[in-house]
Design a binder for this molecule. Structure first.
Ligand code: NIG
Ligand code: FE
Length: 415
């Protein structure tokens, strides 16, 4: 059984708890100097000052490895709770069109957007999807992401949706990153069902979802609730059926237009409502009164030249806010955690402490994993980052730069 003592950590910074922090409580992080962490079999056993942790570690002998973390800051591994990281092809041409003024939903209406990636994903072999997904996840690990959520949604037919989910399961087994999977068959209406969104929803529920359940391929179900994509009624019908089948729920809500998506997520007790660029005052009130996490995606707003989600307002109203990349080939071709932190703190006026909670503990809650990851505390998995500086403020002060020097996943140094 692997045992590890990390000593002389100049600064250990973490939120605490096994569930999301709401509102003001997002600011409360613990900062310890000259700290140590003792890990056994991938689980954090003890956190405290150097002397007390060493005494604890020695209670059963001294057959543990010691690492000196002098000059470094330890924080929990980052968690990215919203990505579409597995797809075929790319859409650089559309990115340039959007910069030239073509609206995102217009491209989708013309058969491009999500449907263009749908075609290239249908055309991709399982092996090529596996290889490109593997490359992305390895890059994410280098940025300090130790848990990630990945969505299907680029097949929009039974075979390709299942192919995406199966590839994600292989990647979860083969790589040290922890992966939660989401079925997003309701990402767009495919050409085969053009004008027949209702029938497509029926097909998803009766045919695809049953197979996803049978093979236990997804933890969550999600829907792109947006005018001209899936209406509020269609979203509710789909998500209610998914909940009856035992899936946990997520929602792409109020990204471009406000149609009450966040309120629906709240009503259905979804684990998260994501995007929320166009969220209303009433939606904020609804979210703040429940446990649905507001997952904000600042890099998407930035890449779409849209105003950011009102993070400050949401936190001040008592919402539990998490941050994620939304990495996808259309609206946001980046999974840069340094960029996301910079946008959250500099442009959205979250404090650095709130942003850190949002990308660790609250992000863990957004994938329903806050009981096992998201903070550096006894009982949690030892997913820990050592930064190249002894001060967590460099996470944003060193703007846009990756300062993660060492990544520890389940108690093992990846580098
Ligand atoms: O979260 N909005 C819907 N889905 C993605 C974009 C997908 C795409 O354009 O390929 C998003 O932004
Ligand atoms: Fe998304």
């Amino acid at each position: 059984m692997e045992k590890l003592l990390i000593q002389n950590i100049s600064q250990l910074v973490t939120s605490k708890g096994k569930s999301a922090r709401h509102g003001n409580a997002m600011q409360q992080i613990e900062i310890q100097e000259n700290a140590a962490i003792y890990i056994e079999a991938g689980i954090i056993e003890k956190v405290g000052n150097n002397a007390e942790v060493e005494t604890y570690a020695k209670k059963n002998g001294d057959d543990f490895k010691i690492v000196n973390a002098q000059g470094k800051c330890a924080i929990p591994g980052f968690i990215d709770p919203h990505t579409h990281f597995l797809f075929g092809g790319s859409r650089a041409d559309e990115f340039m069109d959007r910069l030239a003024g073509v609206p995102y939903l217009e491209l989708l209406k013309q058969g491009g957007g999500i449907c263009s990636t749908m075609q290239s994903t249908r055309d991709s072999s399982e092996e090529s999807l596996y290889q490109s997904g593997r490359a992305v996840l390895n890059n994410m690990l280098k940025l300090g992401v130790t848990s990630v959520e990945g969505k299907s949604g680029y097949g929009l037919d039974k075979d390709t949706e299942l192919k995406q989910l199966r590839v994600m399961h292989r990647l979860n087994q083969d790589l040290p990153i922890s992966l939660q999977t989401t079925f997003l068959g309701a990402h767009a209406v495919p050409p085969e069902y053009k004008g027949n969104g209702d029938q497509y929803i029926d097909f998803l529920v009766s045919d695809v979802l049953t197979q996803v359940k049978k093979e236990n391929l997804a933890d969550f179900c999600d829907v792109f609730c947006e005018p001209d994509v899936f209406s509020l009624e269609q979203s509710e019908r789909f998500l209610s059926r998914a909940a009856q089948m035992g899936f946990k729920l997520k929602m792409h809500a109020d990204e471009i237009n406000s149609i009450g998506g966040a309120a629906l997520a709240h009503k259905l007790k979804a684990i998260s409502a994501d995007h929320l660029l166009a969220v209303t005052e009433a939606d904020i009130q609804a979210l703040s009164s429940g446990n649905t996490i507001a997952v904000l995606l600042p890099a998407t707003a930035f890449c779409m030249r849209k105003p950011f989600a009102p993070a400050r307002k949401m936190i001040d109203a008592g919402c539990a806010v998490a941050l994620a990349s939304d990495f996808n080939p259309g609206s946001c071709y980046t999974y840069s955690i340094p960029l996301i932190l910079a946008l959250a703190v500099i442009s959205m006026c979250m404090t650095l402490e709130e942003a850190l909670t949002a990308i660790t503990l609250n992000a863990a809650a957004a994938i329903d994993q806050a009981d096992s990851v998201g903070s550096i505390e006894p009982g949690k998995r030892a997913d820990i980052l050592l930064l190249a500086y002894p001060d967590y403020r460099f996470l944003v002060y060193h703007t846009g730069i990756n300062i993660v020097q060492h990544v520890i996943k389940d108690g093992e140094f990846l580098w």
